[in-house]
Structures are given as C-alpha cells and as structure tokens.
Design a protein around this ligand. Structure first.
Ligand SMILES: Cc1cc2nc3c(=O)[nH]c(=O)nc-3n(C[C@H](O)[C@H](O)[C@H](O)COP(=O)(O)OP(=O)(O)OC[C@H]3O[C@@H](n4cnc5c(N)ncnc54)[C@H](O)[C@@H]3O)c2cc1C
Length: 461
C-alpha cells in the first residue's frame, strides 16, 4: 500500500529526490541514539517549499507518517524512523537566503549547518551566538525544533531567543509565515515560539530568520581543577559575581579520562575529581587582573585546587576540547543519556542528592557527568558494560531514570534540558509537565496536525 503511495508521490513530483536503497534508509533513519533499528519507507529530499508542501499533502492523503530530519545529531531519538515512515530530510535546503544589515538578521533555509550560519554571520561582522560541539553537522532546522542550548546559554540564552521569523509547513500542508522578523508584535498567540522546541510534531521549518548580534569583547579561557563537588557552585557564584561570564562548563575526572583517551591534551597535572572550563570577557588589563585575583581568591578559599589560563587561541581551543570532545569520546560506549536541569539556585542540593542516588544505583557501571552547569543543566552518561546485553542495560538505566525523574520533580526540574523528549524521554514527560499541560499540548498537536502525520510517537507515547 505504501509502495503504491510512494509511486504516486514520485509521479506527482517527478523532480523530487527519493531514496530507497537499504544503505540510505539506514543512514537517514536514525540519529545519534543507536537504540532503534532504522526502518523508514523511503527518504525524500525536497529542494523547495513547494515540494515540502506537496509531500505533506500527499502524506495526509495516504496517511503516511513523516519524520522531519536535519543533521541527525539529535540525542533523544526525535529524528528516528523505525516504523515505515517517510523521512523528510531538509539536507538539500541549506542555503543562506539573505542578510539584512538594518534588522541585523540572516535568513536561511533549514538544512544549513550551524557552523555555516556562524561563518555567514561573521562575514557581516556579527555573530549568531548559539553554539555547541555538533556545530559542523547539526542543522538550524533541528536546532529550532529542539530549542537547542549549548555552551553560550549563560550569556545569550537558547535558540528561542534568536529566531525573528519562521516559515513553517504545518501538518496539513499549509504554509505559515510567522512573525516575519518583527521585534514588536503584540497581536495574539506567538505561533513562532510554539514551533520552537516542538520536535517536528507540529510543522516543518522551511525557512528561518535569525537575529545576529555584535561579537563579544576579547575573552579568556580558564581550566580549573576543583577539590570536591561542594566547591563547584561556590566557584560559579564567585566567578559570576566578579567576571562577565560567556561560559561555565563542568566535567568530572571520568569524563577527562575518556576525552584524553580520544586525543585531547592534558592541561593540568595531577588528578582532581571535578573540572571547569570557563570563558569570560577581558576587555582590558584591569579585567585580566580581576580574573587572576578571582582565581587566587578561589585558591585561598580552598575552592580551586589548580588552574590554567590559555595564553593563545590554540591553547584556548585545546582547553575547550577537553569539554567539547566528551560526547564524541563516549559514543563508542553506547552511553545511556540523561539531560536534566534544575534552577541554578537548586543545583547544589540537587547534585548531592543525585550523586547519592547514582552511586547507589549504578555500583558496577561507569557514570560520566558533565554539562552546562552554569545554566543548571547536567548531562549524565552511563556507559554500557560489555557483560550486559543492550536490552538489559537499557532496562537497568530506565529503572534509575524513574528515580531520577522523581528527584527532579521534587526539585521542580526538567527531564530534558536541551535535547528534547523524542522517543528517549517520552515516558517521563509527566515528571516535568502537569496532566493539564500535556492535555493542552495534545490539543495543540491536533490543531496543527489533525491526521497525526508529523513525527508520531515522539514527545507523546
Ligand atoms: C557531539 C554533540 C554535542 C551536542 N551538544 C549539544 C549541546 O550542547 N546543546 C544542545 O542543545 N544539543 C546538543 N547536541 C544535540 C543535537 O546536536 C541538537 O539537538 C541539535 O539541535 C539537533 O539538530 P539536528 O539538525 O541534528 O536535528 P535532528 O537530529 O535531525 O532532529 C532533531 C529533531 O528536530 C526535528 N527536525 C529536524 N529538522 C527539522 C525541521 N526543519 N523542521 C521541523 N523539525 C525538524 C526532528 O524531527 C527531530 O525531532 C549535541 C549532539 C552531539 C552529537
């Protein structure tokens, strides 16, 4: 039946690129999670908004589920197609469409890589400030659909802050032109914001107008070694009070071990349990002196055991690699990932509670902690021991995630800080959203996607 439908799509849109080779189905049918076996019907690679609308109308007619797909760097299974869906990849719609110097906006197609957006913004003397390690392969469309965060949220906020306008093809195939780059637009519900973070369940982002901003002043990067977990948020408070922070990221000795084994360079001798990479403005010599004095104060108070300040761009990049290389260094270990958040003010108490929980529940597994701790966001990666099958490993981790979700609920946190719910966390949505909220979310989904065509099974079970 679906093969017949596919033939129909092909005849309606003879120029549409459609892939059905097994290698392509596997490649486009999954994201960075490796839990599901890809099994899409086919891959469609439209080159225009018209083609995207045509695909959506066809999908409604034939009741074929659609999985929107960007760079497939997602960590929650949002772009996984394991049930005969049509993958709608935006990879060919990857151009810069225009720059507006007065509005300071860049209009792009959704398949453009985040790094290409950075480059295009810099060509105009500006920056697009959302940034993280997957920049070379993730797409702006995927960033918008997940409301991506990253390493500069502490200064600039999430993707949500930087979207001035969106063109979206809704579930019924209708094209919506949302907010059109306006700064002031107090005319009712902001559907643009509703689309951001909707994980491809409400519409397909086909064009985005991004706000750009001035580059930050000169900055410096420091790596700090901390003696214990209690010091972490105290150092954060000290640095945030004295310096103008661009980033404040943490990782543990276990994370360091993996990233060093993956080719990063050791920057501090000796072994310490916790590390921080921080970047802050150093507009002049006085600011540099303040940074050093702040560091020394941390040392005197026993909060910092050791540290190093980058003396060149190359050294700064090497320090950043210690933090940014972690996700990639763990990939071969098939990690089970939690991506959780609490208010910054709640981090200290929360960390102690979950440290006790994880030590108790994972006595024989390697647990790697790192994350955007200055935003209250922690990534917990549990590595699969060779002795367990994939299914046994996942079952054990799911048991612990239930306990973690209960702890998060008590601390009013979120089960998904920045990666999205997707397939991975849909069983835990209720730990973060009330029953009333979820009912409204389902209602919104039904309005935008009445036939349930868009990314079914993601976000909600
Ligand atoms: C090494 C590494 C580091 C990472 N670091 C971070 C980090 O610091 N912060 C962070 O937030 N994330 C991080 N991620 C996760 C990931 O890169 C982000 O979630 C990213 O935004 C996904 O973009 P993508 O194009 O790869 O999306 P995909 O994985 O292709 O898709 C993600 C979701 O978006 C939907 N989607 C994709 N394109 C569209 C579209 N055009 N319209 C509608 N829906 C669409 C998909 O259906 C899916 O639900 C990291 C990933 C890796 C591998």
């Amino acid at each position: 039946m679906n093969l017949q439908a596919l033939a129909d799509l092909s005849s309606q849109w003879p120029d549409l690129r459609l892939l059905t080779e097994p290698g392509d189905l596997e490649h486009y049918g999954r994201d960075w999670t490796r839990r599901w076996t890809p099994s899409p019907l086919a891959i469609a690679l439209p080159a225009s908004i018209d083609e995207v609308q045509g695909i959506m109308r066809w999908a409604n007619q034939h009741k074929v589920a659609i999985v929107p797909s960007g760079g497939r760097t997602g960590l929650s299974g949002g772009a996984v197609a394991a049930n005969g869906e049509l993958v709608l990849s935006l990879a060919r719609m990857n151009r810069v469409l225009g720059f507006d110097a007065v509005d300071r906006t860049l209009t792009v197609q959704p398949g453009i890589a985040l790094e290409a957006v950075h480059t295009a913004a810099r060509e105009h003397g500006l920056i697009y400030p959302v940034d993280f390690a997957a920049r070379g392969s993730c797409s702006i469309g995927g960033n918008i659909a997940t409301n991506a965060g990253g390493i500069r949220v502490i200064r600039y906020g999430n993707t949500r802050e930087w979207i001035a306008g969106l063109k979206v093809v809704a579930g019924n195939g209708e094209l919506l032109d949302l907010n059109r780059g306006l700064i002031k637009n107090s005319s009712g519900y902001d559907l643009r914001q509703l689309m951001i973070g909707s994980e491809g369940t409400l519409g397909i982002v086909v064009e985005a107008t991004l706000r750009l901003t001035d580059p930050p002043p000169a900055s410096q990067v420091m790596l700090l070694a901390l003696p214990d977990m209690d010091a972490l948020m105290q150092v954060f408070a000290l640095f945030r009070e004295r310096l103008s922070l661009q980033a404040f990221e943490f990782f543990t000795d276990v994370a360091l071990k993996h990233v060093l084994a993956h080719g990063a360079q050791r920057a501090i001798d000796g072994d310490y349990p916790y590390y921080v990479v921080t970047e802050f403005d150093t507009v002049d010599e006085r600011a540099q002196e303040t940074a050093l004095a702040t560091f020394e104060q941390g040392v005197e108070q026993g909060l910092i055991a050791d540290g190093v300040m980058a003396q060149s761009d190359a050294q700064a990049a090497a320090l950043w690699r210690l933090r940014e290389g972690i996700t990639e260094s763990l990939a071969a270990h098939k990690p089970y990932k939690n991506d959780i958040s609490v208010r910054i003010g709640a981090v200290q108490g929360f960390l102690q509670e979950i440290q006790a929980l994880l030590t108790r529940e994972y006595p024989h597994m390697e647990v790697v902690w790192f994350g955007h701790i200055g935003d209250g966001n922690l990534h917990i990666n549990v590595l699969k021991p060779g002795t367990l099958s994939d299914a046994e490993f996942i079952a054990q981790c799911e048991h612990v995630t239930k306990l973690l979700a209960e702890t998060l609920q008590r601390h009013a946190g979120s089960i998904s800080a920045e990666h999205g719910i997707g397939l991975v966390k849909r069983a835990y949505l209720e730990s973060t959203r009330s029953t009333a909220e979820i009912a409204l979310m389902r209602g919104v989904k039904a309005v935008f996607d009445p036939n349930g065509i868009l990314n079914p099974g993601k976000l909600f079970a």
